[in-house]
Write a protein that binds this ligand. Structure first.
Ligand SMILES: [Zn+2]
Length: 125
C-alpha cells in the first residue's frame, strides 16, 4: 500500500506530490490531537507518512504534536534532557525504554509524534 507512504512522482517542498498534499490536508483539517490519533494507527506497522521533515534543531516544545503526548512521556524526555527533534530522533528504541518511567506506551507516542513530523527513531545497530 503506497497511499501516503510513498511520494508519487516528482516531489519537492515547493511542489508537493499528491500524497504529500493529502497528508498536509489531513494535518490541517484534523487538528493536532486527531491527526496524532491517525498517525498512531498509521504508524502501527511502522509506516511513515509522507510529510516534509521539520528541521532537526526544532525544539520539541515548538512541535504541535509534542503537546499531545502524555505528561509522563514528556517528563521522561525532559529528565533525560531530550529537548529537540534531532536529540530524540538519534535515540534507539532500547535507549528510550531505559529512561525513567518510559514504557511501551510512551514509545508508541514518541514514534507517532516523530512520524507526524517526518522523522523516526534510529534503527538498532
Ligand atoms: Zn511527496
Amino acid at each position: 500500500m503506497s497511499f501516503l507512504t510513498e511520494h508519487k512522482g516528482e516531489c519537492s517542498p515547493m511542489r508537493q506530490c499528491p500524497n504529500c498534499k493529502s497528508a498536509s490536508f489531513l494535518r490541517t483539517n484534523l487538528g493536532d490531537t486527531k491527526f496524532m490519533e491517525f498517525i498512531r494507527l498509521f504508524n502501527e506497522e511502522g509506516a511513515i507518512l509522507t510529510v516534509e521533515p521539520i528541521p532537526l534543531e526544532t525544539k520539541l516544545d515548538d512541535v504541535p504534536e509534542f503537546r499531545t503526548l502524555t505528561v509522563r512521556t514528556v517528563n521522561s524526555l525532559k529528565t533525560d534532557n531530550i529537548t529537540t527533534v534531532g536529540e530524540l530522533a538519534e535515540k534507539y528504541e532500547s535507549e528510550l525504554l531505559r529512561l525513567t518511567n518510559f514504557g511501551r506506551k510512551s514509545l508508541t507516542e514518541v514514534k507517532a509524534m516523530l512520524a507526524a513530523v517526518g522523522h523516526q527513531l534510529s534503527k538498532a545497530p
